[in-house]
Design a protein around this ligand. Sequence first.
Ligand code: NDP
Length: 614
Amino acid sequence: MPSRKFADGEVVMGRWPGSVLYYEVQVTSYDDVAHLYTVKYKDGTELALKESDIRSQSSFKHRKSQSSSSSPSRRSSSRSRSRSRSPGRPAKGRRRSASQSREHKDDKKKTIQETSLALAVLVLFKPSENNTKRYNGEPESTEKNDTSCIILEQKLKPDLEIKRVLEQYSLRSRKDDKKTEEIFSEKKTFVAVKPIEKVPSKTKELEFGGRIGTFMLIFLLPATVFYLLLMCKQDDPSLLNFPPLPALESLWEWRVFGIFLLWFFLQAVFYLLPIGKVVEGLPLSNGRKLQYRINGFYAFILTAAAIGVLLYFQFELHYLYDHFMQFAVSAAAFSLALSIYLYVRSLKAPEEELAPGGNSGYFIYDFFTGHELNPRIGSFDLKYFCELRPGLIGWVIINLAMLLAEMKIHNLSMPSLAMILVNSFQLLYVVDALWNEEAVLTTMDITHDGFGFMLAFGDLVWVPFVYSLQAFYLVGHPTTVTWPAAAAITVLNCVGYYIFRSANSQKNNFRRNPADPKLANLKFIPTATGKGLLVTGWWGFVRHPNYLGDIIMALAWSLPCGFNHILPYFYVIYFICLLVHREARDEHHCKQKYGLAWERYCQRVPYRIFPYIY
Ligand code: NDP
C-alpha cells in the first residue's frame, strides 16, 4: 500500500472541490482506509481531499514562474490581469501596462477560464443538504485580501460576487425580496458539480473526557441512578445522609426482569404496526436516506389503553413503586447487554455506516458513544425505537404508578396537588415529544451519535428512572403546595413550554420549508450548504432558545417538591449541565459545518442559552 505523501500539520495547497482553485490548507488527518486527507481551510472549513487534489507549496511556487500552462500555477502569475475584470476594479486602460498588453492575446482564453471559475464557485453555493462541509460562503481571504494564502487570483472576483450576494441575501426580510428568489433560481441553474466524496473518517476529537472519561462514565452513570433512588427512599434524603447499601440479592428478581422484557417487546410490537406515516431521515454520508415510521403517538395511545385495561382488572400498578430499584437494575442489565450486542455487531458494519462521533478506534470510547450510526435489524431501527418509546413512555407509566402509590400509602382519595402538577407537566412533555416525533430525526442523537452504551443506558434507564425522581420523591415526602403557588408554577411551566415548542417548531419548519410564507418575516444568514441560520425570531434571541425553554420547564417540575431537600432539584441541575455541554458540542459541529457564517451568527446573537448571562 503506498504511504501517505503529506504529514499531519503540513501546510499545503488543496484544490477546492469542483473547481481548479487551490487554497492554502493544513493537513489535519489522513484516513488510510478511504485514502483521503482531512484538510482545514483558513476560514475553518474542513474537507476530505484526495491526494491528487493536494500539492506541496514548493511545487506550487515553482510552477508559478512557468508561463505556458493553463494550470492554477500559470494563473497565479497573472494576478493583476485577472483582477482587471473584476467589477470593482478601475477602468482597464488606467491599469494596463506595456508588458501586460503583450499578454493580451491570452485574454480570450482567460475569459473562458474565469467564467468557468466563477461558475465553479457559484456552483459551490448551490443548496445541498448532503455536503455540509463545503465552502461556507465567506472566505477569510476575501475580507483580508490575504496574499500569503496563495489563492488563484480569479478567486477574488467570484468571492466578492458571493459576498455581495450574501449581503443582499441575509439582511433583508424575505417577504418581498424578489432578488432572493432570483438568487435561488440562479443557484438552481448550476447543478452539474461533482459531489465532494464524503466518507466517514476516524473520530479525532474525543468528547466526554476521551477514553478515561467514557470509561468512568460507564460506572458513574449507573452509580448515580442507584444513589438517587436509594436517597429517595430515605426519610431524610439530605446530601450528607448517605443511604445504606442494599443486599445484592434484593436487587434482582426474575419476575421483574420478565415484566421489563415484556414491556420492551410490547413497545417493539407497537413500533412495527403498519400505522402512521413513513418518512425519510436526513441524508447519510453516502447520500442514502433511511425510512422511519412515525407512530410513537399511536404507541402511546395503545399503551394508555393497555394500562387502562390493567387498572380495570385491578392490576396494582404500584407494584412498580414497590420494586422500583429492581426495575432499574433490570433496565440497566438489559441496556448493558444491548450495548454489548450493538458493539459486537458494529465491528462487522461497513465503514460508511459508522457514526461520525463514535469511530475513534478505541474500544471503550466507541463502546460508550456508539460505533454504528443506525443499527437496524431489517427495517427495525434500534436507536430510533429506543429514543422515544420504551423509556419515554415508560417514564409516564412510572409517574402514574407513583401517583397511585402515593394515594395508597397515604390513604388519599385523590392525589396531592404537587403530584398532579408533576404528572401533568411531564405528561405534556412526553406527549409533545411523541406528537412531534419526526423532529427527533434531525437531532444530534440520530444524525451524529452512534448507538452505544450512552444512548442505550440514557434512553432505557436514565430517562425513565431519573426523570421520574420528583414523583418518586413525592411518594415518600409529601409536600403541600398552595393554590397560588401551583398557579405560579403552572404559568412558569407554560412559559417554558411555549418557548421550547415555538423555538423548536420555528427551526423545524424553517428546515423543512424555508419558503414557508408563515416564516416570511424571519431573517437568516445563508450558508453555502444551502441551509440558512435564523437570526430573528427565537433563534435571534439566544442561540439555543429551545434549551432555555426546556430548562425553565425543568425548574417548574422541581418546584412542586418544595424546598426541604435538594434531591428533587437534581434534574434541573443535571439538565443545565447536560444542555450547556450539549450546546458546546453543537456549537463545535456548527462551526465545522458553517465556518465563518456560524461566527457571523454568533456575533449577531451573542448569548448561547440565557440572555445577558450565558
Ligand atoms: P437542536 O434542536 O437545538 O438543534 C441544533 C441544530 O439546529 C444545529 O445543529 C443546527 O443544525 C440547527 N441550528 C442551530 N442554529 C440555528 C439557527 N440559527 N437557525 C436554524 N437552524 C439552526 O438540537 P438538540 O438535538 O440538542 O435538541 C432538540 C430538543 O431536544 C431541544 O428542545 C432540547 O431541549 C431537547 N433535548 C432534551 C433532552 C432531554 O433529556 N429532555 C436532551 C437533549 C435535548 P442544522 O443547521 O444542521 O439544521
